[in-house]
Design a binder for this molecule. Structure first.
Ligand code: ADP
Ligand code: MG
Length: 477
């Protein structure tokens, strides 16, 4: 049931699902793992299957639907074998052998991709976004995704901590862009503050610029008005001192993770310092990477070395700050995703996130495969040959594994309203005649070389999908 729930979303023609939770919040998605996470399930076997999706999401970032659908199909085929009185241990062994063999075959079938082959990497990104909310603008998005990954690749290593995603509602996805540095969706705390600062000293502060609250509940009794005035003066002095510490440090811009008192805002504005309060923790962490600043959590011990350097610019129309690091060895980039509504932006972000993961694992792994069911049909055919070399009942399990793989082209065809049986026959025939990359063009309904057609998947994600599907099926068995 779980596998069937996500199957209808597989591929470019798969349908989105709308999920409504108990609070009435709506999620519209095509993403396997998101659907499964939103589903309210308390069945131990079902939970194991959901774990497949989660592992897949963590390890590969894409292919979650495939992993779950294959796991479900493996179990369905195992059930047939159990009915023929084949012992679960024989099935487990056979599935295990088949999965191992599949990995070897994937390695053999895969096509190498160079880290700087942007053309092919763009195809990988586009394939991953097909059928998702990101699809309409997939060419532009694939372009900026590949650029983003290449700008955070340092000495051959992709370092995702230099990449941030920021979302904004209001414009269409085609206005999404890749920006150098950070984008902070905040306003200055005071109207009289400068709105931008070139080559400025940046302070990242994790301390409230407010009156310190006492740890215990206290009550202050005053006996005449002058004492009250004294008390207020003291508070003001405390605030002034904090602001003075910021001024003395030499900071031009302050990104504070906590609050900034009204009075302190006024003092900071008078000193010509740009201050932002309640900056997101993740933004502070990213700013740290870009500006080279340390996060100061106690103004009493602030040093000049804690400050970082960056240029800060204000985009008044979008009410955003652009923070760009200074120097050649600064990497951070931000993908600014735009969409008309929250639901649109959320689904766009999921699609782009998947594509980012896919491109970065492809750069690291260097192997790609022909999608659209091509790899699954080729694997199935090779596994059937392999099954012949195996003695005993395990052979039947290896064959059942091969059959389960063909679920992918069948479902891709079915979801596109095509005749899945006819197409599977055509696909098998093409592979028998040596056409390893023959897959399904779901738009025309033809069997084509999907690799040439630009349907390209990362080998690593496919390996991961097969091995986690096998492990889950074996656990259940
Ligand atoms: P998953 O969660 O498993 O990634 P998707 O809904 O993203 O599920 O579907 C992925 C499948 O769709 C892969 O098998 C991929 O090869 C196939 N696919 C993607 N784009 C195309 C296309 N243009 N034509 C045919 N198949 C495609
Ligand atoms: Mg996908």
């Amino acid at each position: 049931a779980v596998a069937e729930a996500v199957r209808s979303t597989l591929g470019p023609k798969g349908m989105d699902k709308m999920l409504v939770d108990s609070m009435g919040d709506v999620t519209i998605t095509n993403d396997g793992v998101t659907i499964l996470k939103e589903m309210d399930i308390d069945n131990p076997t079902a939970e194991m299957i959901i774990e497949v999706a989660e592992t897949q999401e963590d390890e590969a970032g894409d292919g979650t639907t495939t992993a779950v659908a294959v796991a479900g199909e493996l179990l369905k085929n195992a059930e047939d074998l159990l009915e023929q009185d084949i012992h679960p241990t024989a099935i487990i062994k056979g599935f295990h052998l088949a999965s191992q063999q599949a990995r070897e075959e994937i390695d053999d079938i895969s096509e190498h991709v160079d880290a700087d082959d942007e053309d092919l990497l763009r195809k990988v990104a586009e394939t991953s976004m097909t059928g998702k909310g990101a699809e309409l603008d997939k060419e532009l998005l694939a372009q900026i995704i590949v650029e983003a990954i290449s700008s955070v690749t340092v000495e051959g290593q992709v370092d995702m901590q230099y990449l941030n995603i920021e979302t904004q509602t209001g414009q269409s996805a085609s206005n999404s862009e890749l920006l150098k540095g950070a984008v902070i969706d905040k306003d200055p705390v005071h109207d009289n503050m400068p709105k931008s600062a070139e080559e400025a000293n940046i302070l990242l502060l994790n301390e409230a610029v407010e009156i310190e609250e006492t740890d215990v509940d206290t009550e202050v009794n005053v006996t005449d008005p002058s004492q009250l005035q004294q008390f207020l003066d003291q508070e003001e002095k405390q605030l002034k001192q904090k602001v003075q510490q910021i001024v003395d440090s030499g900071a031009d811009v302050v990104f504070c993770q906590k609050g900034i008192d009204d009075l302190a805002q006024h003092y900071l504005a008078k000193e010509g310092i740009l201050a932002v309060r309640r900056t997101k923790k993740s933004d502070i962490r990213f700013l740290k990477n870009i500006t080279g600043a340390a996060v100061v959590s106690d103004l009493d011990s602030i040093e000049a070395a804690d400050l970082g350097r960056a240029s800060v610019r204000r985009d008044e129309a979008d009410e955003l700050f652009y923070v760009e690091g200074i120097g050649d060895d600064v990497h951070g980039v931000t993908l600014l995703l735009r969409g008309s509504t929250d639901h649109v932006v959320d689904e766009l972000e999921r699609g782009v996130n998947d594509a980012l993961d896919v491109v970065s694992t492809t750069v690291a792994d260097g192997r790609t495969l022909a999608g659209g069911g091509a790899i699954e049909v080729e694997l199935a055919s090779r596994l059937r040959d392999y099954a012949d070399s195996i003695e005993g009942r395990e052979q039947l399990a290896v064959e059942a594994f091969a059959d389960a793989l063909e679920l992918v082209p069948r479902v891709l065809a079915g979801n596109a309203g095509l005749d899945s049986i006819d197409l599977l026959v055509d696909l098998r025939a093409a592979h028998e005649s040596g056409d390893q990359r023959a897959g399904l063009d779901v738009f025309s309904g033809d069997v084509v070389d999907t690799f040439d057609a630009g349907v390209v998947e990362p080998a690593h994600a496919k390996e991961q999908a097969l091995s986690s599907a096998t492990e889950a099926a074996n656990l259940v068995l």
